[in-house]
Design a protein around this ligand. Structure first.
Ligand SMILES: Nc1ncnc2c1ncn2[C@@H]1O[C@H](COP(=O)(O)OP(=O)(O)OP(=O)(O)O)[C@@H](O)[C@H]1O
Length: 477
């Protein structure tokens, strides 16, 4: 029994081929046309008789059939401009007994109508792509402003004030704080409040990108820089952030080799794409953040000192929630208000005991953890009041653990986080407030008296004198 094409009558073959595909051409090893169908000739504006036995390059514009017939390498979905239109061609080498004997080429779309339909579809896709591209570009804009940063404690307000004051400058900013303290929010707000606010804000998490991809992510790559590289190359985050701000999150996790490259870019203010020769000038403000102790990392040789100095022009320490417990009730209520909208709920409140538990907890995950706890509670809540049994187990079990009842009560009686001033002789109150202001400024600048004086807008000498009066000997943390 004949199971191959031989079973099909010979005079059917051409019809089958023509129905199957589009426009077809077959060449021999030398690239001479052995077969070409009428549809293809019609499209080319020639006839089968004229085309047969001629070199394929003389008949078909931009063809590579003669090359495929030599190399034996197939080429799929290759875009081939013919007659002013972009055609999509598949080219296959033909092998008989393991030897290349020629090549088969098929150009998709049998007639101009089909081509037009395809073109419309592609056009729609291209438009969609453009739409999403602009959308993504818009999303490069920063989302948060200073008023989104919740907190009334003096340490938090001092950090926020410092951030507001330095927004306008072009200097690098280093945000230090535990995970979930709001470093990214601060970065957004600083950018938004600067002259660059309307320009791109690009964020990159140095810890989440595999080491081998970090360089091309930051600096981009040129055409053919590596296998799998996108045709035409790709812009890196530095180029994307040009004229705007680049937020380098988890900078402490950047490998040493990349630190040197980053330093070079910061010094020279130009990038070189991976695999590229050209230097591209970039004007980018760097806002870096980390939860790590960079100074210790420098001492231990894990972070470049010169890069640390470059980044640490303005250092802002964001206090952990543990260190501003007085903010907990206020932040919890503000977060609940925001969540009410998301969950279509209204008037949710916290029971007294819940407030106590929240104040007692040490919040290693800071505001992110608090957000999760509250969101979980809303999800399991039937009524309006969040009770202890709505909290996750690890918070429910805290009963009695290291409670400083006095502190908790003080915070509970002062839910806005603002310290009420005692009723005592005015001079005494003034002195108390002044001392607290000096200490807070020192805490924010990590003991740097000159910066602390600037923050309080007083002269250095006056600052030193006041420190002496109040017997302040601040030690770096
Ligand atoms: N002061 C704040 N006011 C309101 N929400 C805050 C504040 N700080 C943080 N958040 C919220 O807490 C979550 C974590 O904030 P963010 O991502 O900025 O922290 P982070 O310090 O950058 O964390 P990580 O170091 O883990 O990246 C976010 O959902 C953010 O909206």
């Amino acid at each position: 029994m004949n199971l191959g094409m031989g079973a099909i009558p010979h005079n059917w073959h051409e019809q089958i081929i023509n129905h199957l595909a589009e426009r077809i051409v077959v060449v021999d090893r030398e690239g001479i046309i052995l077969y070409i169908n009428e549809a293809y000739c019609e499209f080319l504006g020639t006839t089968v008789e004229e085309a047969i036995n001629r070199p394929v390059q003389d008949v078909i514009e931009n063809t590579r059939m003669h090359i495929v017939a030599k190399t034996g390498q197939k080429e799929l979905a290759a875009v081939q401009p013919i007659n002013g239109s972009e055609m999509v061609a598949n080219r296959f080498p033909l092998k008989v007994d393991g030897e290349i004997v020629g090549a088969l080429g098929a150009v998709m779309f049998r007639n101009p109508e089909e081509w037009r339909m395809y073109k419309t579809k592609i056009q729609n896709l291209a438009e969609e792509l453009k739409y999403y591209k602009t959308k993504v570009e818009k999303e490069l804009k920063s989302k948060y402003q200073f008023h989104d940063l919740i907190g009334n404690s003096t340490t938090f307000l001092a950090a926020k004030k410092l951030a507001e004051r330095i927004s306008a400058s072009n200097s690098s900013v280093l945000l230090i704080g535990e995970s979930g303290t709001g470093k990214e929010l601060f970065a957004h707000a600083i950018h938004n409040n600067s002259m660059r606010g309307a320009l791109p804000f690009v964020a990159i998490n140095c810890a989440s990108i595999p080491e081998h991809l970090l360089e091309s992510e930051l600096f981009g790559y040129d055409d053919g820089a590596f296998t799998g590289a996108k045709k035409g190359g790709k812009k890196g985050q530095f180029e994307m952030a040009d004229n705007g701000s680049l937020f380098l999150d988890e900078i402490g996790d950047m490998p040493l080799s990349m630190q040197s490259k980053l330093l070079r870019v910061l010094q020279e203010k130009e990038v070189q794409r991976v695999g590229g020769q050209k230097s591209i000038p970039v004007d980018v403000r760097i806002i870096a953040a980390t939860h790590r102790d960079l100074e210790k990392m420098v001492e231990e040789g894990d972070f470049r000192q010169d890069l640390y100095y470059r980044l640490n022009v303005i250092k802002i320490e964001i206090p952990s929630l543990r260190k501003r417990k007085e903010d907990i009730p206020f932040i919890s209520m503000s977060l609940l208000k925001k969540m009410e909208g998301k969950f279509f709920r209204k008037g949710i409140e916290l029971s007294l005991e819940v407030k106590q538990r929240l104040i007692q907890h040490s919040w290693p995950g800071n505001i992110r953890e608090l957000e999760n706890v509250l969101e979980r509670a809303i999800n399991v809540l039937d009524g309006k009041r969040i009770e202890v049994y709505h909290l996750p187990l690890y918070l429910r079990d805290k009963e009695g653990e290291g409670i400083d009842v006095k502190e908790v009560n003080h915070i509970m009686n002062n839910p806005t986080g603002k310290n009420p001033l005692p009723i005592s002789p005015l001079k005494e109150t003034m002195a108390k407030v002044e001392k607290e202001a000096l200490l807070n400024a020192l805490a924010v600048t990590d003991g740097n008296k000159q910066d602390a004086a600037k923050l309080l807008d007083i002269g250095k000498t006056s600052f030193y004198e006041k420190c002496k009066v109040y017997n302040i000997k601040y030690r770096k943390s």
